[in-house]
Design a protein around this ligand. Structure first.
Ligand code: FEO
Length: 402
């Protein structure tokens, strides 16, 4: 496996082939925790790994250099998938000083007893010379934690971007040009949709700040390293952070005995009859993961939400999904609610309220069906699908004009 990013700069992280759940993120293709070793007159390690895999990290470092020769460990981000192994790492690097920003030091103090750690606070004005190479830093607050930071080596033009530009993808390859680009981009978008979406403004600020930095390579803390498609992934991040709409209708629903599913189907039929320029995603909430739903929600311009009534509420899994979606602060959608009920139409009413409270554009009052939908109700759903498709196209063309 190639690990060399540039002369004397190597990947020394861990490939986690088995992880399938990452605090609710569905890591169906595994993950990696990337760490990097820079050997010069002085030696530095950038980022650690999850606590259980420190011995793998130490083995990878020891394969390239004497552990006693490591002078610095940079902590770009205090979240435990990277910093969880810091304590054990530092315990095995007797001469290492930890480099991090002030907020990171505070966060690490909340996880570890750092009293005996050698810590040097770094800021964006600092340069840490290693010999021929230099470490410099860029604070990236709320991308996606307050202490988040990039490290940059100007001599090699490599940006170590922690979570940003990352993907949850376990592979034996390390670089973007060694793997299928489409798959990497789907995973990068999935990562953005689930982890970074609430912080679009902060991402835009970071992209602006990084505009004048020459970047030959982006080495994130998850997934493949960008070397051939650097401008591609930066362009994608610009689009995602700007909240660019796709001509997409997302139909998200649950169903008990098939009535709400029939209504969902009629909405889809209306949308597809209206325009073949609108992509429709038809997602039953209990048959799709949160991760997939968030991915499809990211750039959808129209959404139809469907639920029957259970105990005077919407269905419970849908309620949980919508809590997650609200927290992601997606770009506003044109939306409507629908659903069947037995004796009280509470499910679709609650969805309708959710649409209003979330600040989305409410297309129409909810369409409700007592028990099985009649032809009349299905016609109404079909008409709603047509209107949602028009709204999706309008959102895209309006955004293109502005
Ligand atoms: Fe990969 Fe925010 O940690």
């Amino acid at each position: 496996m190639t690990t060399e990013l540039a002369e004397n700069i190597d990947w020394v992280g861990y490939v986690d082939w088995d992880v399938r759940d990452f605090h609710s993120f569905d890591t169906h293709h595994g993950a990696t925790y990337n760490a990097y070793l820079i050997r010069d007159e002085k030696t530095a390690v950038i980022d650690a790994v999850k606590a259980p895999y420190v011995s793998n990290l130490l083995h990878n470092i020891a394969d390239k250099t004497d552990l006693a020769k490591v002078d610095y460990v940079v902590c770009n981000h205090a979240e435990p998938d990277h910093a969880g192994g810091l304590g054990a790492l530092l315990a095995n690097l007797p001469n290492a000083t930890l480099l991090c920003n002030a907020k990171c030091k505070d966060a690490l103090g909340g996880y570890f007893d750092t009293a005996n750690w050698k810590i040097q606070i770094v800021s964006p004005h600092d340069k840490i010379p290693l010999g021929r190479k230099t470490l410099s830093f860029l604070d990236t607050p709320m991308v996606h934690w307050p202490e988040s930071m990039f490290t940059y080596i100007p001599e090699d033009q490599i940006l170590f971007s922690m979570d940003a530009f990352g993907q949850h993808l376990a592979t034996s390859e390390r670089f973007d040009d060694q793997y299928d680009l489409h798959s990497i981009l789907v995973e990068a978008k999935t990562y953005y949709a689930n982890i970074v979406t609430p912080y679009g403004k902060q991402v835009q600020a970071v992209l602006k700040a990084a505009e004048n930095i020459p970047i030959k390579m982006i080495a994130p803390s998850h997934g493949l390293i960008w070397r051939r498609y650097v401008s591609t992934i930066i362009g994608e991040y610009q689009n995602w952070a700007a909240g660019k709409y796709a001509p997409k209708l997302l139909i998200l629903f649950d169903s008990m005995w098939g009535s709400t599913a029939q209504m969902a189907d009629a909405v889809m039929r209306g949308a597809t009859l209206e325009s073949d320029k609108v992509s429709v995603q038809f997602l039953h909430v209990r048959k799709n993961t949160l991760t997939r739903i968030a991915l499809e929600m990211l750039d959808a311009s129209a959404v139809a939400l469907g639920s029957p009534t259970m105990n005077m509420q919407m269905m419970p899994f849908l309620s949980g999904v919508l809590t997650y979606i609200r927290g992601l602060k997606c770009i506003p959608k044109t939306a409507m609610a629908f659903g069947s009920h037995g004796w009280a139409g509470a499910g679709s009413k609650h969805l309708d309220m959710w649409i209003e409270e979330t600040g989305w554009l409410r297309l129409m009052p909810p369409i409700q069906s007592k028990f099985k939908p009649s032809c009349d109700i299905l016609d109404k759903c079909e008409e709603a699908g047509r209107k949602l498709a028009q709204a999706a196209l309008n959102a895209v063309s309006k955004a293109a004009e502005s």
